[in-house]
Design a protein around this ligand. Structure first.
Ligand code: SF4
Length: 320
């Protein structure tokens, strides 16, 4: 018996539901609080901002005594923001002050305190739970570009000129620190859908078949709770429910099976990776980490396994 497996019937039911719902417009990484959470369209330095920020989408939760205890939430300009929103917003604040701030050359010239200051909250603290890893990746990222005398725009232009632009972008990012580490290329694919869907339309994707699912912890939680993925091993299931730290092997196994389930869901639904990702991104607010999921009000309650106690593997990584 496999410890973790996909559920073909459940995936088919979700594919039918999603394709009947039609094709939602993928998120544009702008319209939600444009100018505050995300930079307004056309702002100088936007491309460098997204190259930098996507590489820092990881680790937004707190661990205590071997257990997940809370998401990272911090106050910025009077608003309480969860980790990902916090990074976008803090970086937008920095970009508005200095449009060049996220160019590799500028990053390379900032010392640790100056980099730390970019992410200070209203209480003058840096709330990112994995700040040492963010700092180290920033150093490696800036070095990688500056030693090669390259800019993010050079990567974009090479990808845009290729016969298969999305595949080329993913291949090029597979070399860049901050993107290179994850074999499933979650952050690289996130950057790809940003570049495609931002109002500037930086990248015209003509090879959507090159797209890969964006497997972060929210998508893993959704796949486990909805039953797209089934954990057969009772001991592993109990540890996921208890939110205890997973081993590297357990995390890799669950994440790879979730990846497989989303590949199948994309294929059967006929929707894009970005559209499927956007559905689960929106769904996470009704199926949260800290409070009881609101199954009665959930649009997928009739097809969901409602395994509400299940939780993503608790594992520290810079991949997501
Ligand atoms: S809220 Fe309930 S029905 Fe909706 S996805 Fe979560 S577990 Fe399923």
């Amino acid at each position: 018996m496999k410890k973790v497996r996909t559920d073909a019937d459940r995936i088919r039911a979700f594919a039918e539901y999603l394709s009947a719902e039609g094709r939602p417009a993928p998120f544009d990484f702008c319209s939600l609080n444009a100018g505050i959470t995300y930079p307004a369209p056309g702002l100088d330095g936007v491309l460098e901002y997204f190259f930098f920020c996507c590489a820092h989408q990881f680790g937004f939760w707190n661990l205590q005594n071997g257990r997940w205890i809370s998401p990272m939430i911090a106050r910025l300009d009077g608003r309480d923001l969860k980790g990902s929103d916090y990074v976008w917003t803090a970086a937008t604040r920095a970009l508005r002050k200095n449009p060049d701030i996220f160019s590799p050359h500028a990053l390379a010239n900032l010392n640790g305190n100056e980099l730390n200051d970019l992410f200070l909250d209203d209480g003058a603290a840096n709330p990112l739970p994995m700040w040492p890893e963010h700092l180290e990746l920033t150093r490696q990222y800036a070095d990688w570009f500056t030693t090669r005398k390259l800019q993010p725009a050079d990567i974009l232009h090479r990808a845009a000129a290729a016969r298969r632009p999305l595949q080329m972008l993913l291949d090029l990012l597979a070399e860049v620190p901050g993107y290179a580490e994850d074999p499933l290329q979650k952050k690289a694919m996130l950057l790809a859908i940003v570049l495609e869907n931002r109002p500037e339309h930086f990248l015209n994707v003509t090879d959507p078949d090159s797209a890969r699912p964006i497997i972060d912890y929210h998508l893993q939680r959704s796949a486990l709770r909805t039953g797209l993925v089934v954990v057969e091993d009772p001991a592993l299931r109990a540890r996921l429910e208890a939110r205890e730290e997973a081993t590297a092997g357990e995390e890799a196994l669950i994440r790879s099976v979730v990846y497989e389930s989303i590949v199948a869901l994309v294929r059967l639904s006929g929707l894009s990776v970005a559209a499927v990702d956007w559905f689960f991104f929106k769904n996470r607010t009704g199926c949260p980490e800290m409070t009881e999921p609101q199954c009665a009000a959930c649009p997928v309650r009739h097809i969901c396994a409602r395994s509400t106690k299940l939780f993503q593997p608790v594992f520290r990584t810079t991949y997501y």
